[in-house]
Design a protein around this ligand. Structure first.
Ligand code: 13P
Length: 264
């Protein structure tokens, strides 16, 4: 088993799936499954990122049953309040005891034209409200062909790092766009290579301490059958899981990657 320098984070991005009743059912099942499997949260943290309309229900469940499950939102406004119809303030997420918020997921970059500058403003908004932003970066298949794997994620990350301070706590999620929902993840070597380059980027902009402290996740077709291999990378500190996070058994099995026999 690889000794991880940072506490692993296994994060479930539910995307636009499950209403608040279905959310309660899934989180209850996840909690039972983790308990049944004797999951230990000392080295691995589990968090879920439900749609906005589910957050209050999931928060109530987590608080009432004292579940060891983190909570995050999938987006936030760059503004704090005011005339921004349809937007959700980081202040409201903070009031719902959210720990995390995704910023710049490739689906938001593609569907809503979110630029690196918008992502920076959202990261700053999250930090203002004491939320840990999970900044998503990653290259498309076209980028991969033209400039290789690391260039685009490095540039996306650099824009954000240059607008925050070394003490600010963020999580980075490397999600190659071509791997998302495709059933074909990056290989463990590809994931480690880009995550290592992203850590070097943090080191260059904010120094050693920030580079060693910051968790860098991999996302894109993560399943229980491939997580152990991905987690063997010294610079891969966890996973941002989409489809597989909607199945309690499968997500719990991913969270227990430390127990998997790692075969390549
Ligand atoms: P899949 O795990 O469904 O490929 O989605 C990954 C993702 O986009 C998580 O944010």
């Amino acid at each position: 088993m690889v000794e991880h320098a940072r506490k692993a984070l296994i994060a479930g991005n539910w995307k636009m799936n499950l209403d608040h009743l279905q959310a309660i059912a899934l989180v209850q099942k996840l909690a039972w499954t983790l308990k049944d499997r004797n999951f230990q949260s000392t080295t691995v943290e589990v968090a879920v990122f439900p749609p906005f309309t589910d957050l209050r229900s999931v928060q109530t469940l987590i608080a009432a049953d004292k579940l060891d499950i983190g909570l995050g939102a999938q987006d936030l406004s760059r503004h704090d309040s005011g005339a921004h119809t349809g937007e959700v303030s980081g202040a409201f997420l903070s009031a719902l005891a959210c720990d995390y918020v995704l910023v710049g997921h490739s689906e938001r970059r593609a569907d809503h034209g979110e630029t690196d500058e918008v992502c920076l403003a959202k990261v700053q908004a999250a930090l203002r409200h004491k939320l840990t932003p999970v900044l998503c970066v990653g290259e498309t298949a076209e980028d991969l062909e033209k400039v290789g794997a690391a260039a685009v994620p490095v540039s996306q990350l650099t824009t954000v790092l240059e607008g925050i301070s070394a003490d600010d706590e963020i999580v980075v999620a490397y999600e190659p766009v071509w791997a998302i929902g495709s059933g074909t993840p990056a290989t463990a070597e590809q994931a480690e290579e880009v995550c290592s380059t992203l850590r070097d980027t943090i080191r260059n902009v904010h120094g050693d301490e920030a580079a060693e402290r910051t968790r860098i996740l991999y996302g894109g077709s993560v399943k229980s059958s491939n997580i152990a291999g991905l987690m063997r990378g010294a610079n891969v500190d966890g996973a941002l899981v989409g489809g597989a996070s909607l199945d309690a058994e499968e997500f719990a099995a991913i969270a227990q990657f430390e127990k998997h026999v790692t075969v390549d």
